[in-house]
Design a binder for this molecule. Structure first.
Ligand code: DAT
Ligand code: MG
Length: 149
């Protein structure tokens, strides 16, 4: 099973959407392998968003992601990376399909509520940035046979 890194951004935490968002992933069938509330240090934010360094929105993006606590999680399941991305919707909430997380809860690209890894390679990198190995838990769910055939 694949793992992905997902994070409720500071606006999602402030707007009390944490439970709602986690609930969507749980109901989908994705399994929580790691979960924590944290305040991201500036250096970690800059590393996490390293691919965007030099772009005009980099500084505001780092300011935003460090502006309050986030909820960091690792989700596990079949095609977890693309499944979580589909559930989040497009980067710009006004272009995100209705019913997706960003499409349902967002208005501005700079307040788009949630992050999700964009590839298995990014997922591995981001999971290692945000979680120590001992913070990730492998366990069985008795209902897995009702989720996967
Ligand atoms: P995503 O978060 O969908 O993977 P991304 O990796 O291209 O999107 O960008 C990371 C974040 O940076 C994104 O969630 C919001 C912000 N961002 C991206 N493009 C932007 C833009 N053109 N103007 C302002 N913020 C932007
Ligand atoms: Mg991205």
């Amino acid at each position: 099973m694949e793992r992905t890194y997902v994070m409720v951004k500071p606006d999602g935490v402030q707007r009390q959407l944490v439970g709602e968002i986690i609930s969507r992933f749980e109901r989908k069938g994705l399994k929580i392998a790691g979960l924590k509330l944290m305040q991201i240090p500036r250096s970690l934010a800059e590393e996490h968003y390293g691919e965007h360094k030099g772009k005009s929105f980099f500084a505001p993006l780092v300011d935003y992601i460090t502006s309050g606590p986030v909820v960091a999680m690792v989700l596990e399941g079949k095609d977890a990376v693309s499944t979580a991305r589909e559930m989040m919707g497009a980067t710009n909430p006004l272009q995100a399909a209705p019913g997706t997380i960003r499409g349902t809860y967002g208005m501005d690209i700079g307040r788009n509520v949630i992050h999700g890894s964009d590839s298995p390679a990014s997922a591995e990198r981001e999971i290692n940035l945000f979680f120590r190995p001992e913070e990730l838990v492998s366990y069985d769910r008795s209902l897995d046979r009702w989720i996967y055939e």
